[in-house]
Design a protein around this ligand. Sequence first.
Ligand code: KG4
Ligand code: ZN
Length: 354
Amino acid sequence: MLILGIESSCDETGLALYDTARGLAPGRAAPEGLLAQALHSQVAMHRDYGGVVPELASRDHICRVVPLARSVLQTAGCAIDAVDLVAYTEGPGLAGALLVGAAVARSLAFALEVPALGIHHLEGHLLSPLLSARAPSFPFVALLVSGGHTQLLRVNGVGDYTLLGETQDDAAGEAFDKTAKLLGLDYPGGPAVSALAMQGDPTRFKLPRPMLHSGDLEFSFSGLKTAVLMLVKRELDTQSDSAHTAQIRADIAAAFVAAIVEVLCAKSIAALRQSGYAQLVVAGGVGANVQLRQSLNAAATREGFAVFYPEPALCTDNGAMIAFAAALRINARGVPQANNVFSVRPRWDLTQLG
Ligand code: KG4
Ligand code: ZN
């Protein structure tokens, strides 16, 4: 079955083609099914505003989605009428942005007389490490760290997700983005803060480790952002020497990364202990973070668990994870009936999926 996947929940338009006969058949490896993928990131467009402008995002998705669909079909050498199912991100995300992907997917499926399937964006992230050459198997614990979510989940199979803990306020990616802004770095802040932190001394300033000893698997990052703000006011706003300023900024970035990584790592280990599972899957944009990976890899060796990440290109939003999540759903549940129910869900609880 040839699946066209469309991602448009935020500021990336992602398209991909996944062939279940090549990727999920006996004796085949999942990556073999990914025939083509194409992505347009709107980061440059939103940078001037310091964050995503929803209306601009929707309008840009409209311009990109059809050319990108053509591009993946051409790369894979497939005609449009070879597509057997159109999968799209139904939620969560920006309502207008989701509507673009949903409208294109539903119209295309209607015209081709094939089913369309709405996919939960976080399920896409969660299952994307299964698209690696070295893939985990069910069951596993997932640490989902994106721009809007920070969750620990027990994953027993496709659609079988139990929430173990989540952030009470800001998401990890949001904390990275806000810290970047305080340090005068461009949006999106995660990669920039990470790179700056590498030049800094993580021990010069001590930042809080929110809820590290809370005894549960909940997170909170808004206090960390406030602590960074206080540090910036105290150390940077009073400093006029530019050489000193550069080093202070790097040291604050390093202190921030050390704090957030320590909390994410400690709670992931606690979640593994609590569930008795030996595999950890890390997904979502913050999963691309080098310092987090170093720390989790060291913990895995020390504590005797295995840790899995998506391929670097699949950490942030993309169409491949949507096409692939649809493929796994169809493999587990069968092909959905063709229907014309058109819906998007800007807010959508992952654990409500069946
Ligand atoms: O999963 P994602 O692409 O989009 C959402 O579904 O939210 O995640 C985007 C988030 C942003 O907050 C971005 O700053 C963060 O992931 N991010 C990173 C890195 N790359 C992306 N954070 C830390 N280090 C990175 N290397
Ligand atoms: Zn995402």
